[in-house]
Design a protein around this ligand. Sequence first.
Ligand SMILES: *Cc1c(COP(=O)(O)O)cnc(C)c1O
Length: 433
Amino acid sequence: MKYYSTNKKVSGETLEAAVIKGLAADGGLFMPETIKTLPRSFYENMENLSLQEIACRVAEAFFGEDIPSDTLKNIVCDTLNFDIPVVRMKENIYSLELFHGPTLAFKDVGARFMARLSGYFIRKKGAGQVNVLVATSGDTGSAVANGFWGVDGIRVFVLYPEGKVSEIQEKQFTTLGRNITAIEVDGTFDDCQALVKSAFMDGELNEKLKLTSANSINVARFLPQAFYYFYAYAQMKRLGKADDLVICVPSGNFGNLTAGLFAKRMGLPVKRFIAANNRNDIFLQYLKTGKYMPRPSIATIANAMDVGNPSNFARILDLYGGSHSAISAEISGKAYTDDQIRETIGTAYKETKYVLDPHGACAYRALCEELLPGESGVFLETAHPAKFRHTVEEVIGEEVKVPERLAAFMKGEKQSVPMSKDFQAFKSYLMSL
Ligand SMILES: *Cc1c(COP(=O)(O)O)cnc(C)c1O
C-alpha cells in the first residue's frame, strides 16, 4: 500500500516510510491510497469471530501488502492480549470498555501495535536507532512509553506539560527508565505538540537523528484503532442490536474517531458517529459553522481531550473531500463543561451503578442526548475511572478501586528532564544526545 500526504505534495510513500517518518515531509498526515472494503461474508459472520480474528482481517486489509501474513498475525495477537468487554448501561446504550490494556487506556492498542510494527521494520533493515517523539496530555505518554518499553533500537521521548497531568499518569511514563525519557515542558499540551512538530520539520535535526512520532498522526498507531469499531459492531450484532448502530467517541486529536470513519468506509454498517468533546469544542464549532478555527486548549477534567487543534482533522477533511455537508451527514457533535461532566458521572452512577471516567462521561451523555428511537448506541469508554480517581470519587462519594496494575506504577520514582517550551532549547537537547 502506498501512502500520500493530506497536504498533497507527497505521495507514493511505503508503509515503512510512513511509519518511520510519522509526519510527511510537507507537514501533512499520511493517508493510504486506497481503503479496501471487506466482503459481505465477513460482516455477516462477524459475531462468531474473536477479537483477534476480527482484528487480523482488518489488519490484513490495511497492512497485508506490506507485512508477511504470519508476522502481521503475531503483531495483532501480541497487541490484543486483553479483553474489550461490552457492558449494557441502559436500554439501547452500551459501553465498549477499551481500558483493559497494560496502562488501562485505550491508546494501549495503537501504541503496542506501532511498537511491534516499527520494531519489525527496524530489525528487517538492521537500521540504526530510531527516536520516537510523543507529546502527551496524559494517556498517550503512558501507553506509548509502556508499548515501546524495552524495544531494541527505539528510544522514546515523552513530552508532557508540567503540572497538567494527573500523578498516576505521570508515574506511568516517568518511572520506566531504560529506553524511555520523560521531558517535562514548562507550557501546555499544545506547546508540547508544537515542539514535536517543529522537531519533525527541522532539517538539521533530521539529518542527525531518525525521528518519528507515536501520536495518532502515525498511521501505525492510528489505523489499528479501527479494530474497536468492527469488534463493537460484532458484539452488538450478537446482542441483536446492530441495526441503526450509532457510535459515540470521546475525542481529542480525533485519531480514534477517524479510525471509525475508516471502518465505515470499509463497509462496516455503522449508521452514524457522534464526536463528544469537553469545552475544547473546535470540531463542534466546525460542524456548526463550516469553519475550522483552532484555538489554544483549555484545561478540563477530561484532560486527554484538551486539544485546541486536533491533528486528525486533516484526515477527516481529506476522507470527505473537504465537504462540510458530507462530514455533517455522518458525524454530529456535542461538548460539555466540567460541571456537566461531573453531573453525568454522578447521574450515571446513581441510575446504573456504572462508574464512568470523565472522558467516557462526555460520550455517554452525548449518546443519551442524541440517540433517536429505534437506534442502538455504543460509546467508547476510553479510560479506567481509577486514572481520574479524585474527580470521580468526589462525585460519587465512594472509593474507586485502583487495579493492581495501576497501583504498581505509583511505587516507582519519577525521573524527568525539565524543558522550556522554546524550540531552540529542545533542539539543543536532542542535538546533544
Ligand atoms: C487520547 C484519549 C482520548 C482522545 O482520543 P483521540 O484519538 O485523540 O481523539 C479520549 N479519552 C482518553 C482517555 C484518551 O486517553
